[in-house]
Every structure is written in C-alpha cells, then in structure tokens.
Design a protein around this ligand. Structure first.
Ligand SMILES: Nc1ncnc2c1ncn2[C@@H]1O[C@H](COP(=O)(O)OP(=O)(O)OP(=O)(O)O)[C@@H](O)[C@H]1O
Length: 579
C-alpha cells in the first residue's frame, strides 16, 4: 500500500510525518511528537533507528539532527544506532522533542578594504551592536556612523537582530560586508584584527534604587552573603552560597564568582536562559552588563523536574533522564565534579589552585531568587549550581575532533571514567583557544555524573583518534594519585553524603581507571569497558558488577564486595590485554 493510501485511511492529521518509503501498514506504529505545545503524529517502524527518526524530523521540521533531543517515558533516546523498539517505544507513545539552539552565531565580516575576520555574537544582539564592537575593537577603524553593514548586497538596519538575519550559506555562518558609509569621509582601516564578542546585552533598562539595597549579612563590605536588593517596582533578588559545613572555606575564586554575579543582578541585568540544554541554565552577567560571569542551573528546572522550562513532563519515579540518576540532584553532581577534579599539584581541599586536572569550571551550590527564572506559580528562591562562565568559541559538536590536542582529550576521558559520566556528548565540551593558540577543551554539564548504575554511561570521545593513544606518564601519575575513599570523604566534608550505590560507582570506576592504566590500556580500551555497545547488551563493567553481586554472600561488607569486584576485574582486564 502506498503511503498516500495509509494517510487516506488514517484521518489523524494532515501534518503527519510520513516514512520515506512505502511500507506495509502493519509494520508501522504511530508515535506523537510533542514540542512547544503542539503534537504531531509520526509513523515509524519499530526497527527504525533513533538516527533515522531524527533525520525524518529534520527533513519535515527543519531542526538539524544534532540539535534534537528526544525523550520518551522519562528516558532520553540518546543512542543513535539503537532502534525505536530497543527503547521500548510503543504505538501511541508521546515523544518529547527538545530543540537546542546555539546562543551564539558565527559571523564572518569582510571590510571594503579587503580585511576579513570571523567571530561569534549572541543571537539576541542587533546589527548596531556589531557595528559598535567593530568600531571599538581597534583604533583607526571607522566609527559606527561611518559603517554600512550589508548582507548579500542588502543594507541592514541597526535594529535588525542577528537572530533575524536568515541569509547564510550552508555553512551556517552569516557573511556580512562592511563598507564605509557614503555620507562621511573616513580614515583608512587598520590591518587584521581579532574580535571576540560573547557578551549579549540582556539589561533591563529599569534602574535599581541603590538606597533600597541592604545587606542582611556581611555588612563589613566583604560579604556577598544574603544580599537582598529591592527596586522601586518591588522586585527582589537574592543570591547566597550554600555552605553546609562551616569548616569548609570558600576559596576566593568562588567568592568572586558569587560577588560578580550578585553585582550583575544588582544592576538590573536579567539572567538569560540559554537556548541550549534540556533544563533551565541561566547565563548571569557582570555589573557592567558586558560579559557573562556565571551559569545558574536551578534544581527545580532540571529535565523532568517540576518547573522544567522545556516542557518535559514530570518524572514518575523520581529517576532523571539518565539511568541511575535522581531528578533534583543535578546541582550536587555538578559541584561534585568540580570538587573531585583535583589539581595536578594535589588534592582539591588543600591546593590553592582553582584549575583542576580536567578544567571543570569552578562550581558552587547556591540559593538564588530572580523573577527571570521560570516561576509558573510564585516567585521563590531556587537552589542550584552556580558555575563560572567560560569564554568559548563553541563546543566540540561544532568541529571535527582531529585538531584537539591528545592531552586535552585524555584529561576529559580521565574525568568521565572516574565519574562514570552518563552525559558526555560533544556538546558538553566547550572549546576555547589557549595563549599558545592550542585548543583547550572545557568540560561542562556534570549533572549526570556518579549514577548508581553504569547503564547509561556514554562517552563521545571514545570514537576520537586521540582516545586510542596511551596516557602520558604525567597523566598516569595523576591517575595513580587518585583515591576513591578520599574522594568520598571530601564530598562528605562539603555536605554530600554520597548514597552507597553512587559511592560504589566511584570506587569501581576509579579502580577500573587505575587497573586499566597499570595494564597499559588506552582511554578507548578503558572507556569501552564502561559503555554499552548497544542498548540491550550489558557493558563489561556491568557484567563485572553482576558477577560480583552473585559471588558475595548477602550481608557482606562493602570492602568484601569491592575485593570480589577487584578479582573479577583483574581477570577480565587480563583477557582484554591479551587480545
Ligand atoms: N560554564 C559554562 N561556561 C559557558 N557556557 C556554559 C557553561 N555552562 C553552560 N553553558 C552554556 O549553557 C548551555 C546549557 O548548559 P548545560 O549543557 O549545562 O545545560 P543542560 O540543560 O544540562 O544541557 P543538556 O541538555 O546537554 O543536559 C551549554 O550548552 C552552554 O552553551
């Protein structure tokens, strides 16, 4: 039967997304794609891969595959090669589509004197802003009144938003041409220059009345704690670090982070919700409104949490989007990833360095209140993670991995293996350039680390060529210095009494990393032990845990269990090393 015939007997919807080829009707199931308040039925085959379903959505709806996230019954359909059936998606199921749009747009600018440069700009900025940056960035460049900006020969108004410039090549880059305005004589332009623009303007123009601002704590001028600001319109904001253990000192980098975020809020700069990601992630500005300083992710806006702004339904059993995680614990996991990312020079608690081995941005648990967050009911304080905003030129999703230095990929692999990260896709690794011009990778989004089962561990870097190379001696030394018991105690000290199953995950993954390195295995070989080849086949680490579970007597101690895991792991690693 032709697909047209199928449509004729099924009056469901004229917008129905059809499969590409005529297939017999009974092979199909109909699923419902929910997004932004609308629901579109799609007919799919149970044997269709998730990748092919996404491709179909791309061709009918225009959202490119890499920007789509599909969620069904509380689970992200993350594995592209797995089938609809593998995920247990059945006829009539609703699949939620979350579309990630980058906040930044790449722009290429050519000047009339033949200079050319490329930079990123926030999509919410307008052409006038681009002009200002051009004028400001280098002396001798024409000022704003002297620039005309054209796109494909058409002059753009200053008020035109970058978001609204639809003309770009297949490369997704907007190509602009700057010419000197006909009206004004101008001085010649300088040579090449580089421009970095990553600071969108989200100022609320209404001014806070500083007289109304008062400190409830820290009135000595050093305190950032418990500051409340009130403006004439009676809006309020609040920002305070959550310090569970009074003995835990706040390092200056986190003190500054809270302070600068607070000052930005105090100046009336609204948090801007990132258009990327499945939860609420708010970009917070500095006092001048010139640059982002931090990212706040409230726990009640996580995927499947009660105030999720992306329309994902509530979790029915409390489990997060990834197996073995819990809704509302993302912030704890984000902070844990920072705390456990020990600097090369020593343990996180004793070292004054803020930069850890893998470079997880400084992160702290905080309470924040602002009407710019998602408050379907009343304005409330929110608990969440506050993380330093890292300047970047995009994520690893935007480019091929070949240019990444080996040690940069290896540092991410060490972090992910230790933390049994269930959400390491390339979009969660930001890219920037170091002073020496080398790419630097910045790991973000650790809300699904330390799950209590290994089922959803996925590492995109596994398939990058660098992962096949062995760790350097320096990295091996770092790995050898790791101690899971110390890590558990450290998290405890900072207020997170790790549940037994998550502590076990940390113990097992640290053990695997250390034993793997001892046997000379590459990140690929170790990572492959942790990740499932496909949805229905347990990973080697899952098999090891299952075997250990079967071996130990009920009521055995955790130490006895770990001893058994160690023996089984040695055996399995020996057989892998022999291959
Ligand atoms: N520390 C940071 N520095 C710079 N940008 C950041 C930082 N943290 C988050 N972002 C930006 O905010 C976006 C959303 O953040 P994040 O990925 O943590 O949210 P999420 O909802 O948990 O996403 P996901 O759907 O991938 O789980 C990121 O894609 C990135 O563009």
């Amino acid at each position: 039967m032709s697909s047209a015939g199928v449509l004729a007997i099924n009056p469901l919807c004229e917008n129905m997304i059809l499969p590409p080829m005529p297939v017999h009707t009974q092979d199909f199931i109909v699923i419902h794609l929910a997004m932004s308040g609308s629901v579109v039925p799609i007919r799919v085959l149970e044997s269709d891969s998730i990748a092919s379903v996404k491709l179909r959505i791309q061709s009918y709806k225009g959202f490119v595959v890499k920007n789509q996230k599909l969620v069904c019954e509380g689970r992200e359909l993350a594995r592209r090669d797995s089938s609809v059936k593998d995920y247990g998606v059945a006829d009539g199921n609703v699949i939620h589509l979350v579309v990630k749009l980058s906040d930044l747009q790449m722009i290429n600018v050519k000047t009339s004197s033949g200079k050319e440069f490329t930079f990123h700009v926030d999509r919410n900025r307008d052409v006038g802003y681009v002009k200002k940056q051009l004028a400001k960035s280098k002396k001798g460049l024409i000022d704003t009144d002297e620039q005309d900006i054209l796109c494909e020969g058409e002059e753009l108004e200053d008020e035109t938003l970058i978001h609204d410039i639809r003309k770009h090549n297949n490369d997704g880059v907007i190509h602009l041409f700057v010419r000197k305005s006909a009206k004004i004589r101008v001085t010649p332009m300088e040579k090449n220059f580089e421009l970095a623009i990553v600071a969108p303007q989200v100022n609320d123009s209404r001014e806070y009345d500083s007289a109304d601002r008062h400190h409830t704590k820290g009135d000595d001028g050093t305190g950032y704690c418990g500051l409340v600001a009130r403006d004439p319109m009676n809006r309020e904001f609040w920002l305070e670090p959550i310090i569970v253990n009074p003995k835990a000192e706040l390092p200056s980098v986190l003190f500054d982070l809270i302070n600068s975020t607070y000052q930005g809020l105090g100046k009336g700069n609204y948090p801007k919700r990132s258009s990327e990601g499945t939860g609420g992630a708010y970009l917070m500005m500095d006092a001048l409104g010139n640059k982002y300083v931090s990212v706040f992710k409230p726990i009640d806006e996580e995927p499947m949490a009660v105030n999720n702004p992306r329309g994902l339904p509530l979790s029915l059993n409390g489990e997060g989007l990834k197996k073995g995680t819990t809704v509302g614990e993302g912030a704890l996991r984000e902070v844990a990833a920072y705390l456990l990312d020990h600097p090369k020079s020593g343990r996180r608690s004793f070292s004054g360095e803020y930069k850890g081995f893998a470079g997880v941005p400084p992160t702290i648990l905080a309470t924040c209140m602002h009407k710019g967050f998602n408050h379907p009911e009343s304005l409330k304080e929110k608990i969440g993670s506050l993380q330093m905003f890292m300047e970047n030129s995009g994520s690893c999703e935007d480019m091929g991995p070949s240019a990444f230095p080996v040690d940069e990929v290896h540092k991410i692999s060490v972090l992910d293996i230790r933390m049994a990260n269930a959400d390491r896709h390339a979009g969660n690794i930001l890219v920037s350039k170091g002073e020496d011009g080398r790419f630097v990778l910045i790991p973000i989004d650790h809300g699904y680390c330390l799950p209590h089962s290994f089922e959803d561990c996925t590492f995109d870097w596994l398939y990058w060529p660098q992962a096949r190379q062995r760790f350097s001696p320096e990295t091996v030394d770092y790995i050898n210095s790791l101690d899971a018991e110390e890590d558990i105690a450290l998290l405890n000290f900072y207020g997170w009494n790790l549940p037994l199953e998550c502590a076990r995950t940390l113990r097992i993954s640290t053990m695997l990393l250390k034993k793997g390195v001892e046997k000379g295995l590459s990140p690929f070989a170790i990572g492959s032990i942790m990740c499932r080849e496909n949805l229905n086949k347990q990973s080697v680490i899952e098999e090891i845990v299952e075997e250990a579970d079967d071996c130990v007597l009920p009521g055995s101690s955790e130490a006895a269990f770990m001893e058994t895991v160690s023996e089984i792991m040695d055996r399995r690693l020996d057989s892998i090393a022999e291959l």
